[in-house]
Design a protein. Structure first.
Length: 194
C-alpha cells in the first residue's frame, strides 16, 4: 500500500481516546499525527507555529471558549478542516460556529466512534476513487471546485465558505495550475470527464 501524506490533527481540549478512534476510522490508510492543546492559550500558541489539516476543538476550554479559535486557525492554516465539539447543538449556536469557520459541529455526547466516523467521512471527499481528478487538490480546493461546477460565482463561493473573494481567487488559481487548465470552464470540463 502506498503511504499517503501525513494528516496532522490539532486536538484542543478533546477526549484523549479520540485519536485511537480516528486511527480506526481511517482504517490505517493515512499517516495520522496528533498535537494536543489542553487550554485556549496553549492552542493559540500552537496554531501560530504549526499548520494542520484538521482541528478538533471542544467549546469548553480553560481560559476561553473554543469557538473563538476558528478565525485564528483559519488565518494560520487556511485549508484546515475545523470541527467543533459542543453540548449545545441549538441551531443558533451551530450557525454561529459555521459563520466563524467551523465545517462540522458535532455533539460531544455522541460516542467517540461516531465522531471519528463523521470526521473520516469529511476527509473521504478528496480520496474517493471516483474523484481521481481531485488528487493533488487540498480538501478546500476540492470543495471550491465542486461549488464552481454548480455555477456559483466567486462571491457566492466566498460567502458559502466564509472566506474572502480574494482567497477564493487564490484557491482557483491553484486549482487551475494543479489541473493544468486555464479557466473555470476547462476546470469544470476536467471534473465532468471523470
Amino acid at each position: 500500500m502506498k503511504d499517503l501524506p501525513l494528516l496532522n490533527f490539532l486536538m484542543v481540549g478533546t477526549d484523549s481516546e479520540l485519536p485511537n478512534h480516528l486511527r480506526t476510522a481511517f482504517h490505517g490508510h493515512r499517516n495520522l499525527g496528533f498535537t494536543f492543546a489542553p487550554t485556549f492559550r496553549v492552542a493559540l500558541s500552537i496554531v501560530k507555529n504549526q499548520s494542520f489539516q484538521c482541528a478538533i476543538v471542544d467549546t469548553k476550554l480553560g481560559g476561553g471558549d473554543g469557538i473563538a479559535l476558528a478565525p485564528v486557525i483559519r488565518k494560520f492554516s487556511p485549508t484546515c478542516i475545523q470541527i467543533l465539539l459542543t453540548q449545545n447543538n441549538r441551531w443558533a449556536s451551530v450557525d454561529a460556529a459555521h459563520a466563524l469557520g467551523f465545517h462540522l459541529v458535532l455533539d460531544k455526547e455522541s460516542t467517540l466512534v461516531s465522531i471519528a466516523t463523521l470526521i473520516e467521512k469529511k476527509f473521504s471527499i478528496a480520496s474517493s476513487s471516483d474523484s481521481s481528478y481531485l488528487v493533488g487538490l487540498t480538501l478546500r480546493e476540492a470543495e471550491i471546485l465542486r461549488d464552481l461546477a454548480t455555477g456559483k460565482r466567486n462571491i457566492e463561493i466566498a460567502q458559502l465558505r466564509h472566506l474572502s473573494e480574494s482567497t477564493i481567487k487564490s484557491h482557483l488559481a491553484s486549482i487551475y495550475r494543479k489541473l493544468g487548465v486555464r479557466n473555470r470552464v476547462e476546470a469544470i470540463a476536467v471534473m465532468k470527464s471523470y
